[in-house]
Design a protein around this ligand. Structure first.
Ligand code: BES
Ligand code: MN
Ligand code: MN
Length: 457
């Protein structure tokens, strides 16, 4: 039987198993869900057992557990480590979901006429991670594994992977491998595959600006004292110049500049700017001068406010000058920016531009380093061939705007590169209401991953 035939004759069961995993609301950010994250880990543990994996383990951490499993068939053969995450983002705003976020529902869309699975985690990352478990099943039933396999699935990716970082540092022997494979990114469109060779890093901070010692009557005091919301808005506005460059001194110091040749090559990756604008209902794009939209969201760093609050925001009006204003600000970074360095440049600069008489406090949330790899490896070639068999096209090598901070950490601690074989689409709405994952993306993904092992020997 071919891999495809095996997959085709087991589709229904594969989906039902994935649905059981999706039904567990393993939201890592919300402690009320701590039992659910544990149950998702147990579910995976049982799956690995039934796949015949050895040394299946639920590894405790200070936070949510890590699930580990392995199958060593021959020490002389190469070892592949699969990484993924079973935790998901919170579902809010829940009122914008058309179906229950944790009850997977198959619906047709324009992009997925064959149907897509609507549910939180369907794409990021339960659906994508689960493809790797099913690939093992396909191999088990079609000649067996061809290399050693290790799985490490964590429950804290969406909250920064802090405990996984410690786990990796403390378990270097256990995690020893030749290559890491991850499906937690996207492809260009349904019929155009890509392998992600770059991820952006992240520096995420929270700012608290304090003016007067208490909220003030805005008539008594208005016009005579600085308002922290006005001031914070001005400070934030000054973080970009007229060319939409970030104004923090030193921000661009270590940014890789690509040659015109490389930029031209990357420019051949299919991208339709009108479709991009239409899909977001925007009339125009905005970003750093002299770079294309694709470049702005992949090879260039950026700074964005993720949330801003203070003063009176409830119903009706209240005439008040607030004592405090807050903002959450994140910066996406590229090689070779260092997130700790960028965080401190940000803090120093914000302190410097704080108006006289105001007090600023800055808290670091989390961060991660950017990742970059080349297409010049045995594993990349194997992945490329695997895609070609399923999609009839060679995948494009793309740099992605998102972040998976642990990937750079793997390289640093284990000295191992990662191949990012993503099957999600931009339109899958990960982190948003109505997240979904195309059925054909799921089944093609399983087949592509299985093929990888045929070529990686
Ligand atoms: N799977 C995403 C990252 C991703 C998505 C990369 C699409 C490339 C394309 C991951 O789960 C994620 O959401 N990462 C966070 C980082 C984290 C520290 C919270 C992100 O990018 O915001
Ligand atoms: Mn993810
Ligand atoms: Mn995510």
């Amino acid at each position: 039987m071919s891999f495809k035939e095996y997959i085709d004759s087991n589709k229904e069961r594969f989906l039902n198993e994935l649905f059981d995993l999706i039904r567990i609301p393993s939201v890592s950010a919300v402690s009320e869900h701590n039992n659910d994250t544990r149950n998702a880990a147990k579910f995976l543990f049982n799956q690995f057992k039934s796949l015949g994996m050895d040394n299946c383990e639920i590894c405790e951490t200070k936070g949510h557990p890590i699930v580990y499993a392995e199958k060593i068939i021959d020490k002389k053969l190469p070892t592949v480590l699969v990484y993924g995450h079973y935790d998901v983002q919170p579902v809010d705003p829940i009122e914008l979901w058309d179906t229950e976020p944790f009850e997977p529902t198959i619906k047709k869309t324009d992009i997925h006429p064959e149907g897509a699975i609507f549910a939180r985690g369907s794409c990021d990352d339960k659906g994508q991670m689960f493809m790797h478990l099913k690939a093992v099943e396909v191999l088990n039933n079609n000649g067996g594994l061809t290399c050693n396999m290790k799985f490490m699935i964590e429950g804290e990716e969406e909250i920064g992977s802090d405990n996984l970082e410690t786990f990796v540092k403390e378990n270097k022997d256990k995690l020893d491998c030749d290559i890491i494979i991850v499906s937690d990114t996207g492809m260009i469109n349904k019929t155009t595959p890509s392998i992600t060779v770059g991820l952006r890093g992240l520096a995420y901070l929270e700012v608290e600006l304090t003016g007067p010692n208490r909220d003030l009557h805005s008539g008594h005091y208005g016009g005579s004292v600085a308002n922290p919301i006005n001031s914070l808005a001005k400070m934030i506005a000054s973080l970009h110049d007229e060319n939409h460059k970030v104004t923090i001194p030193g921000f661009y110091d270590n940014v890789i500049e690509y040659t015109n040749e490389q930029r031209k090559k990357d420019g051949e990756i299919p991208f339709d700017i009108d479709e991009f604008k239409d899909s977001l209902h925007i009339k125009d794009v905005l970003g750093e001068k002299d770079y294309t939209t694709v470049e702005r969201r992949s090879i260039r760093p950026c700074l964005d406010v993720n949330g801003i609050w203070g003063g009176y925001t409830e119903e009706g009006s209240k005439t008040v000058i607030p004592s405090k204003a807050y903002a959450k600000i994140s910066m996406r970074l590229v090689s070779n920016q260092d997130w700790k360095n960028i965080s401190s440049l940000f803090s120093d600069h914000m302190k410097k531009i704080t108006p006289n008489g105001m007090e600023i406090k800055i808290n670091e949330h989390h961060g991660g380093q950017p990742y970059l790899t080349s297409t010049d490896s045995k594993a990349y070639t194997a992945a490329s061939k695997a895609y070609f068999e399923v999609f009839g096209k060679e995948p494009f090598a793309v740099k992605d705007g998102g972040s998976i901070p642990i990937i750079a950490q793997f390289e640093k601690e284990l000295g191992v590169k990662t191949i990012l074989m993503g099957f999600g689409l931009d339109s899958d709405a990960i982190h948003s209401p109505n997240e979904h994952f195309g059925l054909s993306n799921f089944f093609n993904g399983i087949e592509t991953i299985t093929n990888f092992y045929k070529f990686y020997k």
